[in-house]
Write a protein that binds this ligand. Sequence first.
Ligand SMILES: [Fe+2]
Length: 676
Amino acid sequence: MRRAAALGATLAYGSRCARPQVRPWREQRNHFPQGVASGDPDAESVILWTRRPPVAGSAAHRLAVEVARDRDFTDVVATAEAAIAAESDWTCRVLAAGLEPAREYWYRFTDEHGSGSRVGRTVSAPADSDDRPVRFAFVSCQSVTEGAFNAYRRMIYEDERRPRAEQLAFVLHLGDFIYELVWYPEDKPEGRYARKLRDVYRLPNGEKIGDLHVPTTLEDYRTTYRAYLEDPDLQDARARWPFVCVWDNHEFSWQGFQSQQVFDGKVRPAQKLRVAANQAWFEFQPARVSMPGTTSLDRFVAPRVENRPLGERDELGLGLDPDNLAAVRSLKVYRTLRFGRHIDLIITDIHSFRSEQPSGAEPFIPSEFRWAVPQEAIEMLDSGRAYRGGHPPATLRYGGREVPNPAVNAPPQSSLGREQKAWFLDRLRQSKATWKIWGLSQGTLDWRSDYQNLPEGLGPRWPGQGYAMFNGSYFVERGEILDVVRDAKIAGLAIVAGDKHSFWAGRVSKSLPPESFEPLGVEFVTGSISAPGLFESAEYGVPREDPLRALYLHDNPDGTVAPAINMTILHGVRASLTLQKTGDVQQALAQSNPDVAPHLSFADLGGHGYATVRVSADQMETEFVCIPRPIERSERPDGGPLAYRVIHRAKMWGPGEPPRLVAQVVEGDPPLAMKS
Ligand SMILES: [Fe+2]
């Protein structure tokens, strides 16, 4: 009971002689408009969730929950009564415990008037010694106003057709469960790209910044979660599987960090809002998370904080202002979950403790080259005083000039902070599971291309000394983690991530050519459920006359465009330029530069959908299930057509051996996305 209380949950303890429900259950879904959910299963318990707000003059204050071994509730194994109240927005968290491992359960809630929730299904985790293979899905980035959640419908459709032993054990949600910023249709009547904005909800206290609206209160965040959870596909998914959730940036604030917001490059203290965001997350996500320093909770305890600048920072950039610390520590979401013998799922929070983005990057941003910055400039700014083993240069050559290094005395960027990093490395070293699955919102794979090889006369000259980088950060921290993996000979490290609105598969290395390439783990990034990605942005943003258009877009003879950016990142600029000239993929691949991306085996910057992982004692199989751009909701039972399905297999590697990935296209045709 103490454990349940520490999670802010009421306990429903299972026993074979549990009495069935006294109150009759009569399903009335409109009294439970956000449905039901479950989360963070272990081998003997799981958190159950619902929300029962006052509806049409009928309020409820007590909910009975029943947990059964069958869909018809003839074999009820646990019951409990939980109080609900306006203070936690009528949400309800119950820890169902005393369960058997690796078993399906069904659950439902009934209020004191006899109105019943829909029936939810959940699954407990296999016991630590259980050798069976485990399959799970991972997802991220669902924007409800910009697209549809067809991916969940397909996930449900496919899972229902799998044999029980092959069904998903859980869904790992890697953040951007909500987008806190929202465009209302009237603010952008032309829509975004080819998407019309949907009028789903309004923030009661929102602030308008440019043409966007952002939350300013707890009620704004709650309103957002309530609206998202009214989506039928998301709601059905939460009713079918336990979810394991961690936030990305948009659960708090787009460019925010710690307890601060950033708009137009200006930092705004927002401790109160950080606490509000954490509270709403706690209320709506059935997660096994704790509020350090507090005990005996049946609801979130919001620390009293003031909005203040961060003040002094520690050596990794964490603001030591007590209000900042209280706000970011109001909820601890980094945690581990175990699924049988083969999975330790280590989940990290890379927003509550991360350092402020380095300032002074402007002189190194080449405006003629979209999305790209010289790799040496990114690494120098990101690594601060730790650059090149603690020898940062005073200046960097850029565009033929020596530009001062603004980060010469800055701390290296950290996503985890000191405390969490120590915890993470300890978990990694201690893990006894076959696969150490590191779940975090943003992965570690660099995206870059060899812009130094652009032919002369093709538009602007590349101002850098080497590669162009599209995405990369936290180099020092990544190096530190990979040093531990290498030195402790840890095998089976697999990173799963989201955030990038695109599919990626690759191997993780501390550095890339011309430095050494030494893969020490595998990494997979899932495409978004609905939010637009970089290819879409290029499709509507790169004009025909742009001399570098071929690097982003390949114009097919039929007038459609293909994501040449995939090829540019996987194979380098000569491949994409050859593709545009010849229209022939084989001729283009003959121009591949093998040094650009030895770490990648797949990249699709236009893909949406989800990914599944299946692990056993000797293999990890990751499947990308890609759907067409989900602009409209599909009414089909399978959620609409499939674009492609690709599987990457990694055989378990031995300590000290490099991992390998083998790709196989199972269905459809991934556009220019395969390495080989
Ligand atoms: Fe996102």
